[in-house]
Design a protein around this ligand. Structure first.
Ligand code: 2HG
Ligand code: ZN
Length: 477
């Protein structure tokens, strides 16, 4: 692979102007490394088009020159999905300047946003229109619409509303040949054969550049309540979830599992965090319940339901936040787990899923198996229990040199975890995608038919492998 030719760079520079083109090392640096600091890439220039027409012009010119593009949004990928390859052959294509909310229709319940719009901006715009966009995650202040679509992001409200795939009604994208797929849509029903929208969601930028999306909105909530409960094990946690759903149904929107070791990291590393319950518990759950407008206050409903659950021994202790500030503080404990883990030291991340019913036992048996086979390894399994998805992260033994352990032992630990997941009928990527981090393990564990069909799709749409090379699928030989 060679670096992009100078005449192409000159052409792109005059096309995009000073705000849309930079080759200065200091401008490039922040975007060449992922959030976790695990991958470092190289590129000759950062391209920041401001419109779909400009993206189209960039893709067309790069396709003609045979130069690959790596699309990037908020750069919060957990799997090195938005980091350019280290050979410097690809150009980095940032969508962050495309940051307009194009339209909102409260009648259609649809918000259409450019790819570079940040999730928090979508939340605010939906709220200002008396609606809400029901997908949230810890990186909501930086994750962009394009990245959320391209990774089929999940987050903490999947329990009720599903991941991005359930919330994207339409997509506009520039395809690898430079044509524009004008698929923005308010349609709830559209059965015209193969669905390009479904293909582009979760494609990790390997089939085209998402430039905008039409997002489904939900009714604004009447009230919300956030609670924290302590309990002995994941089995009890799942029983508690099902009991709360029996009592207050769909009001339960989030049910997040936090083990004592994850909470411990947050309390140690995150300023201003305080233990929510008077005693420590082996496991905790954060619960959010939302009531529609005109219904009983969510706090009252959740408080009563938790009271009955406590009487049945489905939790050892629980507290319901009595103010928005307390509710935010509880959420902050949960949403800071990644950051606290990062401060503690690099971890091996495995965002895995198994059927919900199997998850409690999986967590305990897999944890015991990993700790037996890799003495001193610290398993931190937290997250979206109600979706059958936890982050089964593994930190190096305290006494080890973490970087060396991760380098030498990490691949074997990950393969071990993925074999357990595969044997349990699960997925090695429930949320974060494959990126570059999991590519080899994905090819190792996926069925031949699945890989063959995925490669055929890639080959049909991007035969020269110019869209985010090195991610998701193996580079053609
Ligand atoms: C979460 O659920 C994110 O907080 C990040 O998906 C998980 O850091 C992780 O492993
Ligand atoms: Zn997650």
């Amino acid at each position: 692979m060679t670096t992009p030719p100078t005449n192409l760079l000159d052409e792109l520079q005059s096309l995009l102007g000073p705000r849309g083109f930079t080759a200065a090392a200091s401008d490039l640096a922040p975007w060449l490394t992922d959030w976790r600091g695990r991958y470092r890439g190289k590129t000759a220039a950062l391209l920041s088009p401001a419109t779909t027409d400009e993206v189209q012009a960039v893709v067309t010119r790069c396709a003609a020159a045979g130069v690959p593009l790596v699309p990037q949004g908020g750069n919060t990928s957990m799997v090195g999905g938005a980091t350019p390859p280290s050979d410097g052959a690809a150009l980095l294509l940032s969508l962050r300047r495309m940051n307009a909310i194009r339209s909102i229709s409260v009648t259609d319940n649809v918000l259409t946003a450019d790819a570079g719009v940040i999730l928090a901006q979508v939340h605010d715009a939906a709220a200002a229109a008396g609606r809400r966009f029901p997908l949230s995650l810890a990186s909501k202040g930086s994750a962009t619409v394009g990245g959320l679509v391209s990774t089929n992001a999940g987050g903490t409200q999947v329990l009720r509303f599903g991941p991005m795939r359930s919330l994207v009604l339409g997509i506009e994208a520039v395809m690898p040949d430079g044509s524009v797929y004008e698929g923005l849509s308010a349609l709830r029903k559209d059965n015209r054969g193969y669905d390009l929208r479904e293909l582009l969601i979760g494609a990790e930028g390997t089939l085209g550049i998402v430039t905008a999306a039409s997002l489904r909105l939900a009714a604004a909530p009447g009230s919300r309540a956030v609670a924290w409960a302590g309990l002995p094990d994941p089995q009890t946690a799942l029983r508690l979830l099902r009991d709360l759903e029996r009592q207050i149904g769909e009001a339960v929107e989030s049910f997040e599992l936090v083990p004592a070791n994850a909470l411990g990291l947050v309390l140690r590393h995150i300023d201003g965090s305080r233990a929510p319950l008077s005693e420590a518990h082996a496991w905790n759950v954060l619960i959010e319940a939302v009531a529609p407008q005109g219904a009983t206050d969510a706090g009252e409903a959740l408080g009563n339901a938790l009271g009955l659950a406590l009487e049945q021994g489905l939790a050892a202790d629980a507290v319901v936040a009595t103010s928005e500030r307390q509710a935010e503080a509880l959420w902050r404990l949960r949403e800071s787990v990644s950051e606290a883990e990062r401060i503690e030291g690099q971890a091996l991340k495995h965002d895995i899923s198994v059927p919900v019913s199997a998850m409690p036992e999986f967590i305990e048996t897999a944890r015991a198996a990993v700790e037996r086979r890799y003495p001193g390894a610290r398993v931190i399994a937290f997250g979206h229990l109600g979706d059958g998805n936890v982050h089964f992260n593994v930190q190096a033994p305290v006494e080890s040199e973490a970087a060396t352990w991760l380098f030498e032992t990490g691949p074997s630990v990950s393969a071990f975890v993925y074999d357990l997941v595969t044997a349990a009928g699960g997925s090695i990527s429930a949320e974060h995608g494959i990126g570059q981090m999991k590519a080899a393990e994905y090819w190792r564990t996926a069925s031949p038919t699945r890989l063959r069909v995925q490669r055929a799709i890639k080959g049909a749409l991007d035969p020269r492998n110019l869209m985010n090379p090195g991610k998701l699928l193996p580079d053609p030989d």
